[in-house]
Design a protein. Sequence first.
Lengths: 131, 263
Amino acid sequence: METPAPTVVVVEDDSATLKALGRVLKALGFDAALYSSTQEFLASLPQTTPICLLLDAHVKGTPGLDLQHQVAALGSSLPIIVMSALDDLDVRADAVRMGCVGYFDKTSNVDELRKLISSVHHPATDRKQGD
Amino acid sequence: VRLDLIIGALVVFQIVMLAGLLVQHRRRRRAEESLRENEAALRSSYEEAHVLARKVLTAQEVERTRLARDLHDDLSQGIAALSLDIQGLKGRQGTFQDESAQAALASLHEGIVSVARNVRALAHDLHPGRLQNGALSVALASHCHEVQRRNGLTVAFSANEDVGSLSPETSVNLYRIAQEALRNACRHAGARRAAVSLIRRNGAVELAIEDDGRGFDLPGTRRSLAGLGLVSIEERVRFLNGTANIETAPGAGTKVRVSVPAG
């Protein structure tokens, strides 16, 4: 039986970027669960088992970097990759400080994104956790 | 009769003299009043000019922050979406995999990355995010690094460890002063080296910017439109109740030293 593609969650309030990220993730071989707000994503979290979260640093509602605390409070250790449209040193530094696993500049090569997701996605371990 | 005539003439002369003195006294009093009124009007218009300058500086800052936010929220998001779409096309099967199509898409992506870099630099110049937290020394260090990268000017930055946190008002105005002085060093002075230092001592924050450029004629520049940058520096210092000292001369580089209450 074919193994289903792992799911990557994207939280991004710019609709054009959200759709483009969905297409890119599909091309990279992932299923994309797209949310335009942090509230929408938090409500869905108990029902989903994504491998990681791609989070816009400046998403409206809960500030991107505060979301990590809320995700942890729901008992999830979901790895978070923070994204920003401007390659912002401040955001990079804040992301590292908050314990996010990576930073993705949305204008950089998507191979960077593939590498970041691969660094947190370990299929064998993930399957065990899902069992 | 002759004596009476002389006395009469003297009395008339005295009366005329007194009347003359009275008129002169009144004229002098009016002149003094007019002088006082003019002085008060001048003082008032001087104050108004400073209040206006302060309002212009504040409005300029609000506008710069808004523009930086718009650049970030709208323009750079649009650029990011385009960049992702172009890369999505690169991975699409069919004619997109032709060598020429791949080269065209790679070139498009390079162009987009270059536009993104320019927008990022513009947004940073307009309002660095770190200033919102009052972290002046971090914002200044980053700006010096950016000036060096963009203009090839060697910029040394130093700050003592005790600068600490300053009010957003103090931070943003000191940042703008350094920005203006470094802009002059790059654009007009042809400087090769510059040094920026930030020190907090005795309840004051001292900012100094020095360059080895060609310097300029300070009094002449003050009188001309080219001196608007200097006016902006001095107004910002006045706004913060501080003092500014600018030392320069043709061929002698420029030193801008500013001291403001730490707040």
